[in-house]
Design a protein. Structure first.
Length: 254
């Protein structure tokens, strides 16, 4: 296999993750990238169109597989700004497809907060997002789960036929069916079964960070006392997203 630059790969179809962080995107990338017809960026989330492009950094390298006809970039943040999607749309490669994974928005926001907290990136408490005026935290942890906003941006930039949807609960119950559906959507051999299909990809990371503060746990008093409020906050957003997509995703709120 040979490492080359993404700018040289315009004849291939590009496959992007269009969200959302903490929605099994690492698991999806790990398994999808094993397919012999798919070439992946060396890192699962190169952040080219949402960060490194603006910093003037070198384009991400690819390790090319013989016979591959798709490029995989699984940066889940591209859906958060129309300008990122516009950059993808304006790129030389016009053949683009997206994979979107959803999750209960409350759980997604809490999981992302805990992830950043474990890494030592933030030093606030989860309840501070609601009780104090911290705009960046509200935007980063809460508005990131307003699925209707971000999906509307995606559908404004690209046709619905270019987008495949799944959700964390479905992935957990039917991992093989999920991947078959994705491979069929990508028009590649759908019978391929990745190695370690049933392995939880981030479990080691959780174990290595077991000694670090978790941020907020499911039985935290704030979550218990405010779960009804949180559900009410996200319910209209999920309903709008469901109506917008023409798909039944309201069951995400439970």
């Amino acid at each position: 296999m040979t490492a080359i630059w993404i700018s040289k790969m315009t004849p291939l179809t590009s496959v992007f993750c269009a969200g959302f962080p903490k929605c099994a995107t690492t698991w999806l990338h790990h398994n999808i990238s094993q397919h012999p017809q798919i070439t992946s960026t060396i890192t699962d989330a190169p952040h080219w169109f949402n960060k490194n492009y603006f910093l003037g950094k070198t384009k991400p390298a690819l390790t090319i597989k013989k016979g591959a006809n798709l490029i995989l970039d699984f940066t889940p943040h591209y859906i958060f700004r129309p300008q990122y999607l516009d950059l993808i749309k304006a790129s030389k490669n016009k053949r683009v497809k997206f994979i979107v994974s959803l999750r209960n928005p409350v759980r997604r926001s809490v999981s992302q907060f805990n992830h950043e907290h474990r890494k030592g990136i933030i030093n606030i408490q989860f309840e501070d997002i609601f009780t104090k005026n911290i705009p960046w935290a509200w935007n980063y942890f809460i508005e990131s789960s307003f699925y209707d906003w971000h999906l509307e941006n995606l559908y404004t930039a690209f046709p619905a036929a270019n987008v495949f949807f799944t959700c964390v609960d479905h992935i957990k119950l039917y991992p093989e069916d999920t991947l078959k559906g994705i491979f069929s959507f990508l028009e590649i051999e759908s019978s391929f079964i990745p190695r370690n299909l049933h392995k939880a990809i981030n479990s080691a990371n959780e174990k290595n960070n077991a000694h670090k503060p978790i941020g907020i746990e499911a039985d935290h008093p704030f979550l218990i006392q405010n779960m009804s409020h949180l559900k009410k906050l996200f319910q209209p957003k999920v309903q709008k997203a469901s109506a917008f997509l023409g798909l039944e995703i309201q069951s995400l709120i439970y």
